[in-house]
Design a protein around this ligand. Structure first.
Ligand SMILES: Nc1ncnc2c1ncn2[C@@H]1O[C@H](COP(=O)(O)OP(=O)(O)O)[C@@H](O)[C@H]1O
Ligand SMILES: [Mg+2]
Length: 231
């Protein structure tokens, strides 16, 4: 299926009350860029992928996302973290934690990741993204060839013991509604591209494993960009 068809299907899925998106889409035109994804990858000397982290609260998403961003930067690769809490301060400030709004949260983030990837940036997302169906939607939006679903496997007991922000304590006390793992479900991936056992490994070990898996996907074979470089 072509990207434009996928997008149409996705936007139809998300049609809300009021003005029909189908109706609107009749009046808007897609303008194609004159710069191909391959040309951008060549210019930036990297293949853009999205490392999609998923796991319970306190499983290590933010720690590893920003750690990976730092390491990629140090190895000469441009990347950018989209972090759940940060995005909910701005772009998604209007969304709550109901299943519908969680889906819209993921859809918007996937669209942003797709744009960043098209601009040749590596993206690392740090969202609980608890529903398999929502992660499948993100995969369709971003494109399966760019999507690296990464399951941070730390069980609820470990995460609750860590509780770095005291959220589990609040959830147990009934002060937070729809809290993943306590009063809302978490659906672990069946076949993620990568699993990191953050419940057992240290943050440093986890980071190294992620870097080892991701770098080969980003690095491109040395090619001469301009004929002059080849003489
Ligand atoms: N292997 C690991 N990977 C990531 N974080 C770990 C690991 N082991 C222990 N931690 C600790 O667990 C906590 C994870 O918190 P955070 O990164 O904010 O999680 P999340 O963003 O998934 O809610 C941090 O305090 C971190 O130091
Ligand atoms: Mg976080």
């Amino acid at each position: 299926m072509k990207t434009s068809q996928v997008n149409k299907q996705v936007s139809n899925e998300m049609t809300s009350a009021g003005e029909s998106r189908l109706e609107r889409s009749g009046n808007i035109t897609w303008h194609a860029s004159q710069v191909s994804p391959e040309a951008r990858a060549d210019l930036h000397r990297q293949n853009a992928v999205t490392v999609w982290l998923t796991g319970l609260s306190a499983s290590g998403k933010s720690t590893l996302a920003y750690g990976l961003e730092r390491l990629l930067h140090d190895t000469g690769h441009a990347s950018f973290v989209l972090d759940g809490d940060n995005i909910r301060h701005g772009l998604n400030v209007d969304l709550d934690f109901s299943p519908e709004n969680r889906r819209e949260n993921i859809r918007r983030v996937a669209e942003v990741a797709r744009l960043f990837n098209e601009a040749a940036l590596v993206v690392i997302t740090a969202f609980i993204s608890p529903y398999r169906e929502d992660r499948a939607l993100a995969r369709r939006i971003i494109g399966p060839e760019r999507f690296i679903e990464t399951y941070l496997a730390a069980d609820i007991a470990t995460c609750e013991l860590r509780d770095p922000r005291g959220l589990y304590r609040k959830a147990r006390a009934g002060e937070i509604r729809n809290f993943t793992g306590i009063t809302a479900p978490y659906e672990a991936p069946h076949a993620p591209e990568m699993t990191v056992n953050t419940g057992m490994l240290s943050a440093e070990e986890s980071l190294q494993r992620m870097l080892d898996a991701v770098l080969p996907r980003i690095q491109m074979a040395q090619r001469c960009r301009a004929a002059l470089e080849c003489v």
